[in-house]
Ligand binder design. Sequence first.
Ligand code: TYD
Length: 213
Amino acid sequence: MPTTAGRFITFEGADGCGKSTQTARFVDALKREGIEVLHLREPGGTKTSEAIRELLLNPASTVSPLCELLLFEASRAQLVTEVIEPTLKRGMWVVCDRFLDSTSAYQRSGRNLDAKLVEEANKIGSNGLVPDVTFVFDLPVAEALRRATHGGSDRMEGEGEAFQENVRQGFLQIARENPNRCEIIDAGGSKEEVFSRVLKAAAQHGITLSEDR
Ligand code: TYD
């Protein structure tokens, strides 16, 4: 297991795909291997980014697509500069629940913002940082929405099926365009089955972890 340099790993997918549970499990598995790892989520992870998160997810907020794009990037810029870059520099690993691929999937494929604009905005917001490995969780939209809206829906989850289908297709496009970085994970079935798929995919990138909890 290479532990000398910090690695940056992201978990992506449409709402309700179960990625947050899998992210936590993956972080636990890394810790069991003795790897020092920081678990983050986007938007969030700093005081400023959490304040932006509240603005973005509150169903009462009025946010235009362009404003939404810039707020996600502003939240990311703070997280990258304040937390992710210094942590990786210290040799620790960073596992982030969502990162710049979410912006491509939601604001480009979901909101139909110009692809070049989103690409440029992503470069600025992430300060050019690209994950080493990205797991893209994929699930049919109807099932994902059933899971996602179980405890009430936030502003993004309230967008409906057609929007979520575009987001799903956006993620699949990203995975196709970045085959060396992205692993598509079938998010159907039990949590155990899905986690086994994650571990198998991680092994493709030299990350060998055990399944037992
Ligand atoms: P969250 O409750 O964290 O969703 P999840 O548990 O599914 O990750 O809410 C984040 C929401 O923000 C989610 O609907 C995806 C959306 N989002 C974007 O639209 N663009 C982005 O760049 C990011 C990071 C998230």
